[in-house]
Ligand binder design. Structure first.
Ligand code: PLP
Length: 451
């Protein structure tokens, strides 16, 4: 038995994989990755792949950044673990908070709370917001507004904010009070002849009607991914975020930007809220904060929320929330070095510069039969495949063509993600213009072989 065969057998005998059809996997076995180099990963047979999804939308600096290994080792040798509970702290956590606030560069964002993942960051938001409203004597103000097709994570709280059937059905979610509004999915949900501005207006009317129907005194927060990712990559229509921000201010509702995918340069700006020109009250981040070399999430928020929490915790003697590894010193040291690399190598600028070749190149693939929509911005994009371009009619067996395309993509040495029949791409921010061209070439080949 070869090394990879025996690993496949061991994996199948012992593992349960996230978001995977377990019985289907038993037939094919997993694709086992062995090592990484730049934007490439190699499987145990030595086959090279372009990592077109940056792992899980998350590896900004590529798969072989030695400086992150060195930062981890240095911190491991100095202080491998300490926590920041019970009035303790440590230097990497302090310096990282300072860096995050500097990068956010918004007077509304001046405080940081650390978690181990994006899901925990969004769970923390729910608890912070509820805690705040309890402290302010408004116990009814607890509901969240989110959107259909949102992905905010999979824990009980964040999973409730998520609105994808696979994450709800059979898990008895949602369990927190959340209202899922229309997804800003212009290609499918705009009416015939409706402009982007008209579509935005309709969505904003729905939000305001919902707030008035439920009562503003019951709505705590609106949470959204500035560009929705895991649900199918949906950039919002023109004017959407400014409109949502205005409604949140009008009705005293906190605006939460889930920047777990978009944070740290994905759209060619440090954060997506900069690109759309709005100012959230709370921002959650994870993934590219460490390029996913280490697990880390964070919640950024401002003095108003901080002061309510601080006053209340003083009354009851504690702010009773946090994780053993919140602000882990090795993880925060790696995050700091990762953010330093992003700045020194101008990876945010690289995403901005490569937006045109990447997005325009992919849009040229819309000439192929069955490519119904190509959407995205920065280094984040999706192609939606349809049975009939004119009617936008989807394929009869949803997801079959997407799964086939993903399989062919693997054969062609490109990792992408099929979300039903939508193919998502999100390469590492270190990608070069030549590599962007190569990704587009491979996509053309994959699409031609698929349909
Ligand atoms: N929020 C968004 C927008 C995400 O895309 C994800 C993960 O993909 C999460 C939250 C959850 O992050 P994690 O998987 O680290 O819990």
């Amino acid at each position: 038995m070869t090394k990879s065969n025996s690993l496949v057998a061991m994996d199948l005998a012992t593992s349960l994989h996230p978001s995977t059809d377990a019985r289907a996997l038993e037939k094919t076995g997993p694709l086992i990755m062995d090592r990484g180099e730049g934007i490439y990963v190699y499987d145990t047979d030595g086959k090279q792949y372009i990592e077109g999804l940056a792992g899980l939308w998350s590896v900004a600096v590529g798969f072989s950044e030695k400086r992150l290994a060195e930062a981890a080792m240095k911190q491991m040798e100095k202080l491998p673990f300490y926590h920041i509970f019970f009035s303790k702290s440590h230097e990497p956590s302090i310096r990282l908070s300072d860096k995050l606030i500097e990068m956010a560069d918004d007077p509304r964002l001046s405080r940081v709370f650390y978690t181990n993942s994006g899901s925990e960051a969004n769970d923390t938001v729910i608890k912070l917001v509820w805690y705040m409203n309890n402290a302010l004597g408004r116990p009814k103000k607890k509901k969240f507004l989110a959107r259909q097709r949102a992905y905010h994570g999979i824990t009980i709280g964040a999973g409730s904010l998520t609105a994808l059937p696979a994450n709800h059905k059979d898990f008895d979610l949602p369990v927190i009070p959340v209202i899922h509004l229309t997804c800003p999915y212009y290609y499918r949900l705009a009416k015939d002849g409706e402009t982007e501005a008209e579509f935005t207006h309709r969505l904003l009317v729905e939000v305001e009607d919902t707030i008035l129907r439920e009562g503003p005194e019951t709505i705590a927060a609106f949470i959204g991914e500035p560009v929705m990712g895991g649900g199918g990559v949906f950039p919002p229509p023109q004017g959407y975020w400014r409109g949502i921000e205005a409604l949140c201010r009008k009705y005293d509702i906190l605006l939460v930007a889930d920047e777990v995918i978009t944070g740290f340069g994905r759209l060619g700006t440090a954060f997506a809220f900069k690109k759309y020109g709005f100012s959230p009250d709370i921002v959650t981040v994870s993934k590219q904060i460490t390029s996913s070399y280490m697990p880390l999430g964070a919640v950024l928020f401002g003095e108003a929320l901080y002061n309510v929490v601080a006053d209340n915790s003083h009354k009851i003697g504690t702010f009773g929330h946090g994780f053993t590894a919140s602000a882990h010193p090795v993880v925060t040291a790696v995050a700091l070095e990762n953010l330093k690399i992003i700045e020194e190598c101008d990876l945010i600028g690289n995403a901005a510069r490569l937006e045109a070749p990447f997005q325009n190149g992919l849009r040229q693939l819309a000439e192929l039969p069955f490519v119904g929509d190509v959407r995205g911005l920065g280094l984040l994009a999706a192609l939606e495949l349809v049975a009939d371009k004119r009617s936008k009619c989807p394929f009869s067996e949803a997801g079959r063509v997407g799964a086939l395309a993903m399989q062919i993509a693997h054969e062609q040495g490109l990792i992408l993600r099929a979300i039903g029949d939508t193919l998502a791409l999100c390469p590492p921010l270190i990608v070069t213009e030549d590599q962007v061209r190569e990704i587009i070439e491979r996509m053309r080949r994959i699409l031609t072989l698929t349909i």
